[in-house]
Design a protein around this ligand. Sequence first.
Ligand code: ATP
Ligand code: MG
Length: 427
Amino acid sequence: MSDILNSPAPQQKLQRVRGTRDLMPQDNLIYRHIEETAWSMAQRFGYQEIDTPIFEFTEVFHRTLGETSDVIHKETYTFVDRGGDSLTLRPEGTAGIARAFISEGLAQSIPLKFYYSGSMFRYERPQKGRFREFHQLGVECLGLETPLADVDSILLGWQMLQNLGLAEKCTLEINTLGDSESRLKFREALVAYFSKYENDLSNDSKMRLEKNPLRILDSKDPGDRKLVVEAPQLQAFLNDNSRAFFAQVQDGLDRMKIPIKLNAQLVRGLDYYCHTVFEFVTSELGAQGTVLAGGRYDGLIEMMGGPRTPGIGWAAGVERLSDLLDLSRLPKPLTKLIVIPADPSGESRALTLCTELRKMNYCVEVLWTGQVGKRMKKANSLGATHVFLLGETEVLADSVTCKNMISGAQKLLKLADLYRMTTFDLV
Ligand code: ATP
Ligand code: MG
């Protein structure tokens, strides 16, 4: 404890933790727009919002993400709390939702469709589009085995991107990992292939070779990447069931007119995927080009100790969506009105006037102090379309002077008349 108190030194200026951000008002306007667009689309698909805790027992993530995944291996924020429990800040949303599905006993209620959004935490090297605290919004559909559920989930992602004006900037890359039988055969072939080059593999991939060779295909190490190019491809090992499933997904996407790019290298970073995996990628964000990623995870809930329940879902990175967004698409802010009371009698009426104007859905603020001329200038710089002046003359006449800041026109309005309006129009 004393270590914590001693560092940083008291005179040292406090800093943000590396890889975290303060979301300033402009950032929040963008985030809110993205989340509202996503949530509004998710609702139309029958999704319901769920919030799971930001931290879980470490085991929840170890069991689901797999010990050899990058996330578990080197990216989690894990700590022992004061009660001696090992806890982990969530690095992604699916594990917590799967845990909730089991601990809340939701198996009777399938199919279930959940939408979520919130902060995720990964100890990564911070760079553009990559943070240690970042935001995801995502969806999980639990209990549907049909490939059309995969199409529906991808369609939701696609329509959300369309509504954000981002669909044109993104390409849907898609692949299949097949069922467990296919993956087992593929796995054997991979082990045989990579074992030949074991000495050339990165240390991480040497470890993956034993525990999860599929993960090597996802390696970002340049040496590994060279070997991956020549590696056996899963397609050759897919059984009929897996092929038929993937064909139906592609067929469904085709019917919904969603253009796809097959990417046989796409495996996704986490252990629990099977069959369909997909990513919406853009070339406009440099190295961090994946904006939305997901797949099918039929074995996940069972692996965590629940009843066998198929699942399909995706998560989008809000920071990356936000970097892509054309800001002219943000909803217009409320029209701004300023009230300037010129003296104590005006002050006594100011808040009632504000309240009435706010009922008409305006953003209304009072500038309480300073010379009236300076306050008018301030109102102008705040972008007010109208200023309401309240002084003794106005109060005695139960009125207010309304000045149009664009035309300069000025008018004395009876308060009673103003309060009867549902909106006002003064040009
Ligand atoms: P990457 O390959 O970029 O590391 P990932 O496969 O680890 O991505 P997922 O776990 O699939 O990513 O997360 C889904 C989405 O969340 C990503 O496509 C991305 O948009 C976003 N994301 C993931 N990690 C970060 C991060 N550290 N900072 C910002 N956004 C992130
Ligand atoms: Mg990652």
